[in-house]
Design a protein. Sequence first.
Length: 147
Amino acid sequence: MIRHGWNGRRGRPSHLAFSSAALILAAACASAAGPRHRVTPDTSYVVFRNATEDQVRVFFYEGDRAWPIGEVQAFRSARLAVPADLTMRRGITVTLAAVPVGGRGLTGDPATGAIVRSDAELIDHVTEFSWTLAGHTLAAEPALRHP
């Protein structure tokens, strides 16, 4: 007589293998489906408004070293996370910079791709401002934060 189910030893190894595989697959799917690069409430970020007709790449510069923080579409605003490596180094001086990705200038000529930089700021205070790129000027004003 052949018995099926949990009474015999034959069913246990395959059931355990199936359960283990299902658990691993579920964990892999959950981690792959989760959002990435999200700005969380405890993340330091800058508010960047692009008031130009070109998409721009935004960077922090510490001396000659560039720290890319994101891209902002033309006439849009974005919250861009400050790299943790910078926020942990209190007292360093950085500049915020924007570089046009493409597009045309006022005369229809291709954009030059020139870097527009802010004045130097302490990394401790850079998130206290909202930054606006307008033409070839990068201006800051006190940030309005919502709790």
